[in-house]
Design a protein around this ligand. Structure first.
Ligand SMILES: [Zn+2]
Ligand SMILES: [Zn+2]
Length: 467
């Protein structure tokens, strides 16, 4: 009567799409994009054709070929039968692409439940980049695409930790967890067979690890019949890491230079954002952000818990890139970006470079063309505050980063702490929660959990597991 079917996140990191069925109720836990699966067939110059709607995604297995879940416009383009959606809801654990992005393909009548902060992030993401078929989470435009069409809004339901809600025969209790993005949740779901727990993505070495502990406590308390846990770093060797350490190391190198400083980190990680914002202030430097990232400030500052500065904060400078004529003319900036143009705190590359000891630039590799305009003096500092490369593609990017740094005689410093729990923390958490069955997802090493339990199910894609 109650079952789980995994359509993604199987022996891979990310791409979670977990179907939970209970009596007549069906919900998906996340509906993310699998980067590894996509990269198996596609790369820079070969992409799924948007002109073919969902067909390329279905054919190449980037989304599961199941009925009654996808948008009518896409089904029509694919020559498939149009039918009422058979799914009652999607429970979104957090805003990362590998959990959220392929909601884009789902029928708009399927409500999507997410945390309040998760919703703010998705709104910022929507504003900062142009629409693509792979990122239409909050709303979409029917295909074939017509620019004049109004977007169709999805049904979005937001929650905060502990808010219980009912979906058909299920009762859902989201509990906050700590991860490298705010608004991340695990779920306790009360089914007709008993409670199940889903971790989403978690860590226990972050600044807000207590949130993950709250989830573990709650999950333990309900004695779940099934625990679905992430296992990203389950087989990795432990090393010392914490946000505090990133702060200490980066603050030290930042205080030792009066040259330009660049920090390369993921802006959705508000802990990291806070770390570099603090370092900037402590060193009497303005914090320079890109227009794209200014959207995160604009939206995330609305959530007082997150303690994120707004775009008009006295310590914030917005970097105005060259567009159009290349001469910073008003007419060069269009659409949403226009609103940043008239702010008193918008600076060009030249203005920023004129004050090397007064700025800390949250400008990373993808905006390195700014260096051409900034002409940094030899010895400028580049802090790489993201994970070290773990595949060939990233290694190539790393080589390119190094080439840029070499070209401008810049110094590189690496400091990072991961969004995912260390192996030993995961084993401890899972032992503590217990439960009748264990389903590892979001990992290439599910067997590593055999170290602590016999009750493990090594999941296969598309197989229905009865609880
Ligand atoms: Zn993930
Ligand atoms: Zn994540």
């Amino acid at each position: 009567m109650t079952s789980l079917t995994f359509y993604g996140g199987v022996n891979e990191i990310g791409g979670n799409k977990i179907l939970l069925e209970d009596k007549d109720t069906k919900v998906f836990l996340d509906f993310g994009k699998s980067f590894s699966r996509r990269a198996r067939f596609f790369e820079e110059f070969i992409n799924p054709r948007t002109a073919n709607g969902i067909v390329d995604f279905l054919t190449m297995g980037l989304v599961p070929d199941i009925q009654g879940i996808y948008r009518d416009d896409l089904m029509k383009m694919a020559g498939r039968k149009i039918q009422k959606p058979e799914i009652d809801a999607v429970l979104l654990s957090h805003a990362h692409s590998d959990h959220a992005d392929y909601i884009s393909f789902l029928h708009e009548d399927i409500p999507v439940y997410m945390g309040k902060a998760c919703h703010l992030i998705l709104r910022a993401l929507e504003q900062r980049a142009s629409r693509t078929i792979e990122r239409e989470i909050l709303n979409y435009k029917p295909r074939p695409y017509n620019i004049k069409d109004e977007p169709i809004e999805r049904k979005i339901e937001t929650f905060t930790t502990g808010d219980k809600f009912k979906i058909g025969s299920l009762e859902v209790e989201p509990i906050h967890v700590d991860h490298s993005v705010p608004g991340a949740y695990g779920f306790i779901i009360y089914t007709s067979e008993g409670p199940i727990a889903y971790t989403g993505d978690i860590r226990l070495h972050g600044t807000k690890s207590q949130m993950t502990r709250d989830f573990i406590e709650k999950a333990k308390e309900v004695k779940p019949i099934a625990l679905i846990t992430e296992g990203t770093r389950i087989a990795e060797e432990a090393r010392e890491e914490s946000e505090e350490l990133v702060y200490k190391e980066s603050a030290k190198v930042a205080s030792e230079t009066d040259n330009l400083i660049f920090a390369d980190f993921n802006f959705k990680d508000v802990d990291r954002l806070g770390t570099f914002f603090t370092i900037a202030k402590e060193n009497d430097r303005k914090f320079v952000v890109k227009i794209n990232d200014a959207y995160f400030l604009k939206y995330l500052s609305q959530d007082k818990h997150l303690d994120v500065p707004n775009i008009d904060d006295e310590n914030i400078i917005i970097y105005l890139p060259k567009r159009g004529s290349g001469a910073y003319q008003d007419s060069d900036y269009k659409g949403n970006d226009k609103e940043f143009l008239d702010l008193h705190n918008t600076w060009t590359a030249e203005q920023i470079a004129a004050r090397p000891d007064k700025v800390l630039c949250a400008i990373g590799f993808y905006s390195f063309t700014a260096l051409i305009d900034m002409k940094p003096k030899s010895g400028a500092l580049y802090i790489h505050s993201a994970s070290e490369p773990y595949n060939e593609e990233q290694e190539l990017s790393q080589d390119r980063i190094d080439a840029w740094l070499d070209h401008f005689s810049m110094n590189k410093f690496q400091s990072h702490c991961s969004g995912h729990a260390r192996g030993k923390d995961l084993l401890e958490a899972v032992s503590k929660i217990g439960g009748k069955m264990l389903f590892p997802v979001h990992t290439e090493h599910p067997k590593a959990y055999e170290a602590i339990t016999q009750k493990i199910t090594l999941i296969e894609e598309g197989v229905k597991y009865h609880l």
